[in-house]
Ligand binder design. Structure first.
Ligand code: ADP
Length: 174
């Protein structure tokens, strides 16, 4: 059942012991604020050293590194779109972040993966709209792929958590 492979959780993504956590990075991959800053602080300086070798990342794409001091084995860095009102391909780029992260996860034999809510912080993507895109894109990927087995949406506030729970309930029927 698809429902059994998708979980909504509330907490700090840097504490999750999964095969991979996803980072909402910027195109330089050289660190930033929000979840990116938290991941780099928890992983330690070796993460930045590895990121320096990757030559950045395009918006909508994803690249993998080790997790270093994190409980997670890998970090998958993806670059979400900055919200500019919705007419600049933001929806498709955000969907691409989830799809590319899942593809990279699968290529690396990742069984469990945790996502933060990409683009909804500093990048200002409207939360409910982003949440629907996240859930729909993950659902479509899991339907046709055995890996990752499990996807966790990690919410950083109670209201984000409620929105995710409701959206998963609405969109995942199988
Ligand atoms: P972006 O630049 O893609 O908008 P942000 O890091 O500013 O990225 O925000 C993305 C989301 O990550 C926001 O919903 C924010 O509340 C959330 N967030 C911030 N820190 C953490 C954390 N430690 N664990 C999980 N989610 C987090």
């Amino acid at each position: 059942m698809l429902k059994d492979r998708i979980e909504v959780s509330y907490g700090d993504i840097t504490t999750y012991k999964v095969d991979a956590i996803v980072n909402a990075a910027n195109r330089t991959l050289l660190g930033g604020g929000g979840v990116d800053g938290a991941i780099h602080r928890a992983a330690g300086p070796q993460l930045l050293e590895e990121c320096k070798t990757l030559n950045g990342c395009d918006t909508g794409d994803a690249k993998i590194t080790r997790g270093y001091n994190l409980p997670a084995k890998y970090v998958i860095h993806t670059v979400g779109p900055v919200w500019h009102g919705g007419k600049y391909n933001e929806d498709a780029l955000l969907a691409s972040c989830y799809r590319r992260s899942l593809e990279v996860a699968k290529e690396n034999n990742v069984h469990s993966i945790a996502f933060p809510s990409i683009s909804t912080g500093v990048y200002r993507f409207p939360f409910e709209r982003a949440c629907k895109i996240a859930v729909t894109t993950v659902k479509e990927f899991l339907k046709s792929n055995e890996l990752p087995r499990k996807v966790i949406f990690v919410c950083f506030s109670k209201s984000d958590y409620e929105t995710y729970l409701r959206t998963v309930d609405e969109l995942i029927k199988e």
